[in-house]
Design a protein around this ligand. Structure first.
Ligand SMILES: *[C@@H]1O[C@H](CO)[C@@H](O)[C@H](O)[C@H]1NC(C)=O
Ligand SMILES: *[C@@H]1O[C@H](CO)[C@@H](O)[C@H](O)[C@H]1NC(C)=O
Ligand SMILES: *[C@@H]1O[C@H](CO)[C@@H](O)[C@H](O)[C@H]1NC(C)=O
Ligand SMILES: *[C@@H]1O[C@H](CO)[C@@H](O)[C@H](O)[C@H]1NC(C)=O
Ligand SMILES: *[C@@H]1O[C@H](CO)[C@@H](O)[C@H](O)[C@H]1NC(C)=O
Ligand SMILES: *[C@@H]1O[C@H](CO)[C@@H](O)[C@H](O)[C@H]1NC(C)=O
Ligand SMILES: *[C@@H]1O[C@H](CO)[C@@H](O)[C@H](O)[C@H]1NC(C)=O
Ligand SMILES: *[C@@H]1O[C@H](CO)[C@@H](O)[C@H](O)[C@H]1NC(C)=O
Ligand SMILES: *[C@@H]1O[C@H](CO)[C@@H](O)[C@H](O)[C@H]1NC(C)=O
Ligand SMILES: *[C@@H]1O[C@H](CO)[C@@H](O)[C@H](O)[C@H]1NC(C)=O
Ligand SMILES: *[C@@H]1O[C@H](CO)[C@@H](O)[C@H](O)[C@H]1NC(C)=O
Ligand SMILES: *[C@@H]1O[C@H](CO)[C@@H](O)[C@H](O)[C@H]1NC(C)=O
Length: 455
């Protein structure tokens, strides 16, 4: 029973060692897909739905809504929306990079010394596009210059911001790469800037700086895509600069659009209200990738094949719907993650098995010793009884005459049919007398000594 119990404990320990870990993973960039039968790209730029160009053969539009209606100029391979050029669309981030015209106001002799007029340069009029405040700056360049960034929507609700720069003819402090307010000024973009426009102007028609600066420039630009140079005061060499927009679909919140059944988020995706307060965005659920606006929805990411897992190796990774599992090979312990790894059989487990094996050996050995001791004790006792019942005398006589015969206990047992009660022919103070039949059919009387009855 002791041995069985020990084996059971060992089996239980082995079972406890088998462990599997489920690990959740970060969001993944989507593969970008257009609707079936629609143009997938214009030049190098991919066009994922909800953006699109024109219609399919059966007449369904390739874009979700008016703001996402694009045009491709095949001769110049440029993708445009009104007067802005789209250079990258990111579905998972809900952003788009666009080239926007720089606003410019130059010296006009017909205005004299008090010019206040300027030509605005429209950015993008749709409320679906918000300038990302995190990714852009508003910049004005000039020496008698101001710039406006305007956001007017919903019947002129909105606000303006901007900056000014005046040099008063002093050019010494103007340095390349320094946009700190002399010849160049910059400001952060406020949040929720949509339906935006920029505007450049001059206070005194460049009266102090006409020799080296006769134009004002104002623009929003992606962080890192503009570095001020002194030479730009004479002529800014860019007509358009890149701006990062956050875009959203619909004109209602997630809740309202879901209630109305107009929500554009497809399978395995979730709806997120836009920060701009206009519409919402769709995002693939964690562990899924693809285009959440596309009718096919998002599909499971195979983290194991694309290396987006935290398992020790691709072989220790098992892909599941929306996630993956790390595991260790048979006979190893650990959870299979990079943190924990896999160990060739736990050290502790080895100690337990070793100790168990030792204990079993000692147990079995003790049992064997005890059994041997008992057997020897029995033999000695038998010898004692043999002597007590005159066995030695009989043995001596047997050697001298052929009349005496010594029978083994086995033979006597057989002769009396295992001391059958029916064969008892008498009882005495020292034992019982049985009728016995020997192998050679001789009938004999056998006395069983009382001392030997113990056995
Ligand atoms: C038109 O084609 C698209 C894609 O092939 C399909 O999803 C849509 O149901 C079709 N619409 C009609 C009216 O046939
Ligand atoms: C999409 O844009 C094109 C070109 O600007 C225009 O001709 C077309 O009418 C627009 N479609 C819709 C549905 O607004
Ligand atoms: C297409 O691009 C070419 C080259 O930039 C330009 O000349 C042409 O006017 C453009 N066409 C349209 C329809 O915008
Ligand atoms: C979209 O943004 C993600 C995260 O910044 C980036 O990994 C991915 O390459 C971007 N996709 C495109 C088409 O720019
Ligand atoms: C100067 O302003 C006048 C009046 O607005 C305009 O007609 C003219 O084209 C401008 N000249 C230049 C060089 O911009
Ligand atoms: C635009 O997107 C960026 C990156 O996703 C985010 O940090 C920012 O808060 C968003 N909204 C605005 C108004 O910039
Ligand atoms: C501005 O100055 C530059 C260089 O001095 C000159 O070429 C250009 O014609 C001037 N522009 C105007 C509108 O005066
Ligand atoms: C913007 O800056 C990045 C990084 O410096 C550069 O690769 C890219 O060409 C720039 N884009 C434009 C339109 O200037
Ligand atoms: C929202 O958009 C839908 C469809 O484009 C339009 O019918 C509706 O009037 C819009 N609602 C608001 C409040 O702009
Ligand atoms: C969600 O993704 C799973 C796995 O890729 C796919 O089998 C299932 O059809 C998707 N569900 C929907 C509603 O698209
Ligand atoms: C995968 O998970 C998604 C979301 O949890 C569920 O909608 C979809 O039915 C699952 N697909 C399979 C094949 O289990
Ligand atoms: C795997 O094991 C390590 C160390 O025991 C632990 O820190 C980690 O959280 C485990 N991983 C998971 C996904 O439970």
């Amino acid at each position: 029973m002791g041995v069985k119990g020990m084996l059971f404990v060992i089996v239980a320990l082995v079972l406890v060692e088998v462990e599997v870990e489920v690990v959740a993973i970060d969001d993944i960039d989507s593969t970008q897909i257009a609707l079936h039968g629609c143009q997938r790209n214009c030049g190098d730029v991919q066009i994922p739905y909800p953006f699109g160009i024109g219609k399919t053969e059966n007449g369904t539009t390739c874009f979700l809504d008016k703001p996402f209606n694009l045009t491709c100029n095949s001769s110049s391979s440029s993708l445009t929306s009104g007067n802005v050029q789209v250079i990258n669309i990111n579905i998972s981030q809900g952003q788009a990079d666009m080239l926007i015209f720089v606003s410019k106001y130059c010296y006009n002799s017909s205005y004299g010394n008090n010019a206040v007029s300027s030509q605005p340069s429209g950015l993008i009029s749709s409320s679906s596009f918000t300038i990302s405040s995190k990714d852009n700056k508003f910049i004005s360049v000039g020496c008698d210059t101001y710039g406006y960034l305007n956001s007017f929507y919903n019947n002129n609700a909105g606000y303006s911001t901007g900056c000014l720069t005046r040099c008063y003819g002093n050019t010494k402090e103007i340095k390349d790469g320094d946009c700190s307010g002399i010849g160049c000024c910059e400001v952060d973009i406020p949040p929720k800037m949509r339906s935006v426009s920029t505007q450049a102007g001059t206070f005194f028609n460049f009266q102090d700086s006409l020799v080296f600066n006769n134009c004002s420039y104002s623009f929003v630009v992606k962080n890192g895509n503009y570095t001020f140079k002194k030479a730009h005061l004479e002529n800014l060499p860019y007509e358009m600069l890149p701006v990062v927009f956050n875009w959203s679909v619909g004109n209602e919140t997630c809740k309202k659009s879901l209630n109305r059944g107009t929500n554009a988020c497809k399978g395995n995706s979730t709806c997120v209200d836009a920060e701009s307060g206009h519409g919402y965005r769709c995002q693939c659920k964690q562990g899924f990738e693809g285009n959440p606006y596309h009718p096919h929805g998002c599909t499971d990411t195979d983290e194991c094949k694309t290396g987006q897992h935290s398992c020790v190796s691709d072989h220790n990774c098992h892909n599941t719907n929306g996630s993956y599992i790390c595991f260790c090979p048979k006979g190893q312990s650990g959870n299979g993650t990079k943190e924990d790894g896999c160990l060739k059989k736990n050290f502790l487990l080895r100690i337990v098995i070793g100790a168990s094996a030792g204990f079993i050996t000692i147990l079995v050995g003790t049992c064997l010793l005890y059994l041997t001791y008992q057997k020897r004790k029995l033999i000695k006792l038998k010898e004692k009884f043999f002597e007590q019942n005159g066995g030695l005398i009989l043995l001596q006589q047997g050697e001298e005459s052929s009349h005496t015969k010594i029978f083994t206990a086995d033979k006597l047992k057989k002769a009396t049919n295992n001391y059958d009660e029916n064969l008892i022919i008498g009882r005495g103070g020292y034992g019982t007398v049985f009728k016995g039949v020997l192998e050679n059919k001789t009938i004999v009387a056998i006395k069983k000594s009382k001392f030997s009855k113990i056995f």
